[in-house]
Design a protein around this ligand. Structure first.
Ligand SMILES: NC(=O)c1ccc[n+]([C@@H]2O[C@H](COP(=O)([O-])OP(=O)(O)OC[C@H]3O[C@@H](n4cnc5c(N)ncnc54)[C@H](OP(=O)(O)O)[C@@H]3O)[C@@H](O)[C@H]2O)c1
Length: 276
């Protein structure tokens, strides 16, 4: 459904993958979309019909503030915020340094927090708005050698549950999309914990990451997420969690996780990633 007057959407991490697909899809439906990238130089001088890509590094409060101010100066409002920017680290819990873990959480969790804090005064003043956080199936279920990535997404899940209750009385809707594996730049951008190359888990890590990469690169392109995002934005009262991805993954995370005893579920997951 096309909005009556174009709504203003801010999507972090819109230079690639899920963010890009969502930005282009909503732009095509008539929303006024501002996407962000660390590499975007600046906003074009005059608003054009194309996607507006503006600079934002979600690990910098100053950069987030500047980007939000830029959208507000141009549009005077923000109706939808999609916290999508992120990346993943692979490595055993033992081999991942504290600095690496902090970097992961700084982007995937504190990035979401920074953007929420920057836009909320505006959304509260408006008495309306919608925040959609892109979590992951890895935010509900952890898999071997993704412990710190999952920690960042579990943190997003926890914060989003609170945020939703805090904002409901103010007329602001909050939801999450939990994607399974999709073919995006995520695989190429994956970082390995530095110590993992020499570590005791090296062989098992390589086996597990090979499965992850195969599933990601063999996955669908992320249009299904863009489609779901639009349904969430348009819903008066969207549900909190939206699993999107291959049927087998939705079944494992949405159904088996709740039905099977934890030990069986763990064995199934570990076996799938070749470390049982
Ligand atoms: N692909 C999957 O299978 C999958 C599954 C579950 C969840 N997810 C989640 O989906 C989100 C998008 O990932 P994707 O798969 O679309 O990966 P992608 O193709 O690599 O895109 C990641 C986007 O995030 C941006 N980004 C990364 N670090 C940033 C930072 N510090 N500040 C600002 N922007 C940053 C990148 O922009 P620049 O590099 O241009 O700044 C890029 O636009 C992530 O949160 C990821 O965890 C992905």
């Amino acid at each position: 459904m096309k909005p009556a007057s174009p709504r203003v959407v801010l999507i972090t991490g819109a230079s690639s993958g899920i963010g890009k697909a969502c930005a282009e899809y909503l732009q095509g439906l008539g929303y006024r979309v501002y996407g962000t990238s660390r590499r975007a130089a600046a906003l074009p001088p005059e608003p054009g019909p194309g996607l507006r890509l503006i600079a934002m590094d979600v690990t910098s409060e100053e950069s987030v503030r500047r980007a939000v101010e830029l959208v507000l100066a141009r549009e005077g409002r923000i109706d939808v915020v999609v916290n999508n920017a992120g990346w993943g680290i692979a490595g055993s819990v033992e081999d991942t340094s504290i600095a690496e873990a902090q970097e992961q959480l700084d982007a995937n969790f504190f990035g979401v927090l920074r953007v929420c804090q920057a836009v909320l005064p505006t959304l509260r003043r408006q008495g309306s708005g919608c925040i959609v956080n892109i979590s992951s199936m890895g935010g509900l279920v952890s898999i071997p050698f993704q412990g710190l990535y999952s920690a960042s997404k579990f943190a997003v899940e926890g914060m989003t549950e609170s945020l939703r209750m805090e904002l409901r009385p103010l007329g602001i809707r909050v939801a999450m999309i939990e994607p399974g594996d999709f073919r995006t730049g995520f695989t190429a951008e994956r970082r390995m914990a530095a110590a993992a190359a020499q570590g005791p888990y090296h062989k098992a890590l390589c086996t597990a990451v090979e499965v992850m990469e195969k599933d990601e690169q063999g996955g669908a392109t992320p249009e299904a997420i863009a489609w779901r995002l639009e349904k969430i934005i348009e819903a008066r009262d969207p549900k909190l969690r939206h699993l999107v991805g291959p049927l087998a993954q939705r079944f494992a995370v949405g159904v088996l996780r709740k039905l099977l005893p934890q030990r069986w579920f763990e064995r199934m997951i570990a076996g799938y990633y070749g470390i049982a």
